[in-house]
Ligand binder design. Sequence first.
Ligand code: TXA
Ligand code: MG
Length: 315
Amino acid sequence: MSLNSDIEKAVALLRQGDVVALPTETVYGLAADIHQPEALKKIFSVKSRPFFDPLIVHVSSESQAQTLSGNWTSLHHFLAENFWPGPLSLIAQKSDKVDPLITSGLDTVALRFPQHPVFQAVLQKLGSSLAAPSANRFGKTSPTQASHVEKEFNGRVFVVDGGASEIGIESTVVYPQKTQNGFLLEILRPGGITEEKLKSILQNFPSPVQIQRQEKQNSPGHLKHHYQPDKPLYILEEPVSSVEKTLASLGLSPDQAAEMKLADEPTLAARQLYEQMRELAESSAQALYVVKKPGQHGELWEAIWDRLRKAASNG
Ligand code: TXA
Ligand code: MG
């Protein structure tokens, strides 16, 4: 089937209240129409996702986001103008159009305008918004290719193949809020848009913005363990002798453990991260390990190590 007929089929299934997997520039998402509660429930059952973990709503324009939000501030507008479409999810007060299933009963909703042309085409043809978490079983490694989703759900979910996700890790989640003397921007999940990038763009915002990392408290989905491959992953420290010693202490000889070798360049390391995790977990190795190198700070490294720590058994 051609890509266009796959897009048509996805739209038809979504209209019927089904879930489908769609490519985004970050990771593949498991999408459902936000106006169909039965479809939303399917997301949770297919993923075995607990209802306390809220979903991101994907929109096809800033104005669509505004209709779902009760309080779209000038900081929301500024960030949307600078980063949408793209890997930034904005938390906003929700309007009563947003089903509590999506927000797990919170009074806020996460909104994102994705960049991927296939996802945009589906949104446009459907004429609605789509709730879409990453298309993996709850707590497991996110998919960056159509084949990952096929395997994840044993072919039970229709997948539109839009190629490998370019960014490879999930969107940055931020919560813009008006304060007495300016604005506060809480970063709830590091991701494709880095803190440096946010800071540099915010220099052009007319009011002062205080940026705060606030990962644990406000983001119900930020459990300690997440993104986990099907075999245990360990984070080890250099030098090599200490790597071998640690493996031995875990009862593993070097040939029983497969090393995840991260690319030197962070955008490449991010793009390959989940694919590597999946491939090595499918190999004959009993466990996976990754060696933390000095200098992997700033830029996307923070987001990459956030995922690795949560995926690791010793994170
Ligand atoms: O890149 C992405 O964001 C991908 C693609 C498919 O768009 N989606 C994704 O969804 O990563 P998911 O469900 O795996 O992660 C959504 C995160 C969770 O950590 C959740 O807790 C947080 O967003 N979240 C959603 N709504 C929230 C809210 N109202 N307040 C705080 N955190 C929220
Ligand atoms: Mg996820």
